[in-house]
Design a protein around this ligand. Structure first.
Ligand code: NAP
Length: 287
């Protein structure tokens, strides 16, 4: 670091376990550019001051994570159309004092899914499990990338209905339906892509799965957004049933890669970023 260093970072609460600083600093080092990335733990009442500090301190931009992705929108100068559709911002770019909000989560997910599995979205019938923030980002991006048919299911059915309505308004041509969770089996039997966006199965509840193993089948591509652990119970069950699987690590890497590209204007060194995250996860598991 020196007097020319360009600063970026993460606003969240808490941020102590985030892998983003490691991933981005590795990427800057890989390209030999004088940028650094720091984690800032921002209390919920301090979001306005934190956003003002981006301008005051001349940060090039920040990522935003839980619980600030929605609140932060009130304090930006401009919000890009996709982030507005998703209703949340995960990336801020400081363009000479003007703060612009983007959302790279959904696009990061689709890039990971299509690059890592080669799936042709236009030919898939998808079942989206969950209707929270991640489901919204992923739903907007999947439909934007050409997915034609989507069924949404969620424990709180009203949230699934609300999400379906919002997605339908953005993509009037798409075939979008809602199913109660109890009837998920029927939707799953007809689906070719299962996108799991709930927190069920996340560490430490690693033996929990939102789907009964009997409902899974070999025509499915099963995608789980969770990456801690990487091999969730759902993915282990899916593999046993002969389905193809896709885990959440790629989404994390690519949402970061897209933010990196906004800040630096250079293609992100995705392989180095993935390696940095893999190494960190492996050493955490050994600890
Ligand atoms: P969120 O907004 O809090 O939504 C949580 C979702 O999980 C809701 O649909 C909720 O249903 C459902 N849920 C939670 N506990 C449940 C339970 N016991 N039974 C049934 N449904 C349950 O959270 P989020 O931000 O969308 O994140 C969701 C997951 O995605 C997390 O595991 C997170 O790690 C993962 N994620 C991964 C990435 C990545 O980069 N790979 C990025 C973002 C998120 P209700 O509506 O009924 O409460």
């Amino acid at each position: 670091m020196n007097s020319q260093t360009i600063l970026t970072g993460l606003f969240g609460h808490p941020v102590g376990h985030s892998l983003s600083p490691l991933m981005h600093n590795r990427a800057f080092a890989e390209l030999g550019i004088n940028f650094r990335y720091a984690a800032f733990d921002i209390e919920p009442g301090q979001v306005r001051e934190a956003v003002d500090a981006i301008r005051a301190l001349g940060l090039r931009g920040v990522n935003v994570t839980i619980p600030h992705k929605v609140t932060v929108m009130d304090y930006l100068d401009e919000i890009d159309a996709e982030a507005r559709a998703i209703g949340a911002v995960n990336t801020i770019v400081n363009d000479g004092g003007k703060l612009i909000g983007y959302n790279t989560d959904g696009r990061g997910y689709v890039r990971s899914l299509t690059e890592e599995t080669g799936v042709d979205l236009s030919r898939q019938s998808a079942l989206l499990l969950g209707a929270g923030g991640a489901a919204r980002g992923v739903g907007v991006a999947l439909l934007g990338a050409g997915l034609g048919s989507l069924v949404i299911t969620n424990r709180t059915i009203e949230k699934a209905e609300q999400l379906a309505e919002q997605l339908q308004a953005i993509h009037p041509q798409a075939n979008i339906a809602v199913q109660p969770m109890e009837m998920m089996g029927d939707a799953l039997a007809a689906a070719t892509l299962l996108v799991q966006t709930t927190s069920i199965g996340m560490h430490p509840n690693v033996e929990a799965s939102p789907v009964a193993v009997e409902a899974l089948h070999e025509r499915l591509l099963v995608s789980d957004l969770i990456y801690n652990p990487m091999n969730t119970k759902l993915l282990r069950d899916a593999k046993e049933k002969g389905a193809r699987i896709h885990h959440g690590l790629g989404m994390f890497i690519y949402q970061g890669a897209l933010s990196f590209e906004y800040w630096t204007g250079q293609p992100a060194p995705v392989d180095a970023m993935r390696e940095a995250v893999w190494d960190a996860l492996r050493s955490r598991q050994q600890a």
